[in-house]
Design a protein around this ligand. Structure first.
Ligand SMILES: *[C@@H]1O[C@H](CO)[C@@H](O)[C@H](O)[C@H]1NC(C)=O
Ligand SMILES: *[C@@H]1O[C@H](CO)[C@@H](O)[C@H](O)[C@H]1NC(C)=O
Ligand SMILES: *[C@@H]1O[C@H](CO)[C@@H](O)[C@H](O)[C@H]1NC(C)=O
Ligand SMILES: *[C@@H]1O[C@H](CO)[C@@H](O)[C@H](O)[C@H]1NC(C)=O
Length: 301
């Protein structure tokens, strides 16, 4: 008798489980585009959105638009204070009823570090998996090439960085200055960087940033092995130059950020939730097949 009873309960439980699984919608995905790009360009973020939609039946994909239209969104990727962009992204996400039960996210290039800031600053709704595709988590010390096809905007970036990345009006307005890390002037970077030094815990250590980042199920970092656009490309895996010069590099494991675990990266690694992926190509030059097997199938299904 006892055995039969137990079987009944098990069967019933399994059935309930099956019903629940088949009626549950897939976890939605939030996308943040890179510099020189916009939310809805059909050959970039538009095609990523449809690729995910094709691979995961019924999934909701939101590509963040920072501004009131595509032109503004693209320009804001150069000239809108990053902290204000993060605040705007958090509002767009928390206002979206389809994201209320949590979401996965994928950021391209600078969108990668921006979505990490969203994870650190805006824990509700919850972000589950964060995939950073070529994001510059330790910033950059050079832009060998400027992406996008607006040379006016690229020239503005170059002129302002030459003028002084840490000059306060440049910091307040130029996106790329806000993640500029000058290894020869680290004191100035730590004191004046309005965005990167803050999210990387270079000044005061904000315990909430670590607590929130540790809410992620997975943090996935993609590095482009032939990257000619990001200097240094090791930043895509949280590596950077050894302080005081711009040749020798430190891996993430050799940085105080990791060793003293200011952000929870060490904890994420120790619990199998920090993933280092690579694509043997130039910046963002991955194939659909690579993206399907390494990102969609592993983290969005
Ligand atoms: C969020 O929703 C509120 C209330 O509906 C609205 O006032 C606000 O403009 C929305 N914000 C964004 C960023 O969509
Ligand atoms: C480049 O960007 C500037 C500033 O946003 C804008 O005024 C200009 O029309 C853009 N040029 C092209 C070719 O899109
Ligand atoms: C950075 O801030 C510290 C503490 O306020 C100060 O002692 C130092 O001179 C500053 N350095 C630079 C380069 O701004
Ligand atoms: C990170 O995690 C991997 C896999 O668990 C482990 O082999 C490696 O030793 C860890 N690295 C450090 C520096 O903790």
């Amino acid at each position: 008798m006892v055995v039969v009873k137990a079987m009944k309960i098990t069967t019933c439980f399994v059935l309930l489980c099956l019903v629940e699984i088949t009626t549950q919608d897939p976890v939605p995905v939030v996308i943040w585009h890179g510099m020189g790009d916009s939310c809805c360009n059909p050959i970039s973020m538009g095609s990523i959105k449809s690729l995910i939609e094709k691979q995961v039946q019924g999934i909701y994909v939101k590509s963040l638009e920072i501004g009131n239209n595509i032109a503004e969104d693209m320009e804001n990727g150069f000239l809108m204070n990053v902290n204000d962009q993060i605040t705007m992204a958090c509002k767009l996400i928390s206002n979206d009823s389809k994201l209320q039960n949590g979401y996965n996210s994928v950021g391209f290039s600078q969108g990668g570090q921006f979505l990490r800031a969203v994870a650190q600053r805006c824990p509700t709704p919850r972000m589950f998996n964060l995939v950073s595709v070529g994001g510059q988590h330790q910033g950059v010390y050079g832009f060998p090439k400027c992406p996008g096809d607006n040379s006016t905007l690229c020239n503005i970036v170059r002129k302002l960085l030459n003028y002084g990345a840490y000059v306060s009006f440049v910091q307040d307005h130029l996106v790329q200055a806000e993640y500029w890390q000058d290894p020869l002037n680290l004191d100035e970077y730590r004191n004046k960087s309005v965005f990167l030094a803050d999210v990387n815990q270079e000044r005061t250590k904000n315990p909430v940033y670590k607590e929130n980042l540790l809410k992620l199920k997975n943090l996935v970092l993609v590095k482009f092995l032939q990257d000619t656009m990001v200097d240094p490309k090791e930043s895509e895996w949280f590596g950077f130059y050894v302080p005081g010069q711009a040749k020798k590099l430190l891996s993430v494991f050799e940085t105080p950020l990791y060793q003293q675990d200011w952000l929870g990266l060490k904890k994420l690694n120790e619990t199998g939730r920090l993933h280092f992926l690579s694509s043997d190509s130039d910046h963002l030059r991955f194939t659909d097949d690579w993206f399907i097997s390494n990102v969609i199938n592993k983290f969005f299904k």
